[in-house]
Design a protein around this ligand. Sequence first.
Ligand SMILES: Cc1cc2nc3c(=O)[nH]c(=O)nc-3n(C[C@H](O)[C@H](O)[C@H](O)COP(=O)(O)OP(=O)(O)OC[C@H]3O[C@@H](n4cnc5c(N)ncnc54)[C@H](O)[C@@H]3O)c2cc1C
Length: 550
Amino acid sequence: MAEIEREAMEVDVVIVGAGPAGLSAAIRLKQLDEDLAVVVLEKGSEVGAHILSGAVLDPCGLDALIPDWKDKGAPLNVPVKDDNFYLLGEAGKMRIPNWPMPKLMNNHGNYIVSMGNVCRWMAEQAEALGVEIFPGMACSELVYDENGGVKGVVAGEFGKNPDGTPGPAYEPGMELHGKYVFLSEGVRGSLAKEVIEKYDLSEGHDPQKFGLGMKEIWEIDPAKHKEGSVTHTMGWPLGSNAGGGSFIYHLENNQVYVGFVVHLNYKNPYLYPYMEFQRFKHHPMVAELLKGGKRIAYGARAISEGGYQSMPKMVAPGVALLGCSVGMVNVPRIKGNHNAMLSGKAAAEAAHAALQAGRSGDELTDYETEVRSGAIGEDLKKVRNVKPLWSTWGLPASLSLGGLDMWTNELFGFSLFGTLKHGESDAAATRQASGFEPIDYPRPDGTLSFDRLTNVSFSMTNHEESQPCHLQLKDKHVPIAVNLRSYAEPAQRYCPAGVYEVVEEEGKEPRFVINFQNCVHCKTCDIKDPSQNINWTVPQGGDGPNYPNM
Ligand SMILES: Cc1cc2nc3c(=O)[nH]c(=O)nc-3n(C[C@H](O)[C@H](O)[C@H](O)COP(=O)(O)OP(=O)(O)OC[C@H]3O[C@@H](n4cnc5c(N)ncnc54)[C@H](O)[C@@H]3O)c2cc1C
């Protein structure tokens, strides 16, 4: 294909991704200097369309960024009123009282929010300050300068044919060049992945760990609705098959967020995270709550779980990684939005200082120092051993030793364990199918539980079909020749949107089919494929889920 010519636009800071990290960076830059040219590029059709979080928000990030957020009408309308934690068995439950929990686990002072709506509101604040936000603009490539530093991105390329050649309505998009480029793509960002590999930023750090989070919004019987109520569970149905748990948050308007997270370091390739979630809703405690209600939205997204010891180096020449592109989730609290906001603020402050000093295109080392030694590092350091304890010894150890470790960290600032390692990557954790029996999951009943494709229609996801498949196989033979033979091709089960199928017809070789139109951009395939053969790239802008108030 001939070299593509694109127009280029020069700004001070280019920000990829309008999540809490990217928007915080944009707001802070303009608070510091209204004359800076700042653009935010977002692949969703609008800000918030691709945002999926729990979410119980710790407002410390917002307090630091926009102290008068209440007066400015931020959609933090539901303070947490009660906090419940249960261990589930198949039919029963045991409440863990709040008093032995470390203080950091307390949700008092936090808010149940739609992060999609919080991001929509943050985008309004950013625009009022003069930030230019372009939704529907997927950033598909990085642009490097002659010294190998990052100088920009390609955004808004549309209309390619399925084979990658320009179609009749082809638009080449444009290059956005910045003195600094911030990648705030969230967990497993595709450009961030390239930067991490190119500059070997993971060197000396543990591999990043992940979970798959699936979530439904339910409208329930008003008599059962308890605005402000927060419940977390662990145990059934995952048992010892995998780490993970659930969340049930009562927001406004008789709506409830029901979510389920499965840690992606599970070994058994027959495990079917989506069906575990569906099964969970049949627990008597959950079924009773949802009975008579209706599911109004569905979505899924990976969540970073490596925390403190997995954060890669987060700066390279001209570029900084923000929020969950680094992985800043405090796992036992299941919270990362506050750290995403704090990281955006820190990156903006470092870039502003650099620009004032006449610098550009270098490494914003002050940003990294602030993340590791400031509030974010402090938050993540205290809980750094909970996930490795869970992965190695299971749920009881995570609750007892992990709990003790959080206490000693909180009270005395030290850990009995030092810093435990995470070990292998989630892809490498998958074991051969020959060591396991297939798991027989109950069929969804269509009332409490739903088949995957029906649920995907409630994510309102949409992809123009006449474009190249954005889920790229490095080797097209691997899914059948390696993954099917050795791992019963787990992509059929780990994808929460039914994108991957193995079609077996009599007298024919099995075929691997990718229904990329269903993709909800969770990135689990890029993370969990045991052969690391799937590369998640951005489809054309505006495609993907259209979440309402996730
Ligand atoms: C199921 C689940 C429950 C959670 N619960 C909570 C909770 O209760 N409380 C909490 O604090 N945290 C929670 N988290 C974690 C929280 O969601 C993350 O920490 C947070 O979203 C990170 O923010 P971010 O800005 O880094 O990334 P994101 O919020 O993921 O935003 C990234 C944005 O960048 C866009 N983007 C990505 N790539 C590109 C590209 N190449 N071009 C253009 N745009 C792009 C995306 O569309 C998206 O809008 C939860 C996460 C999950 C999955």
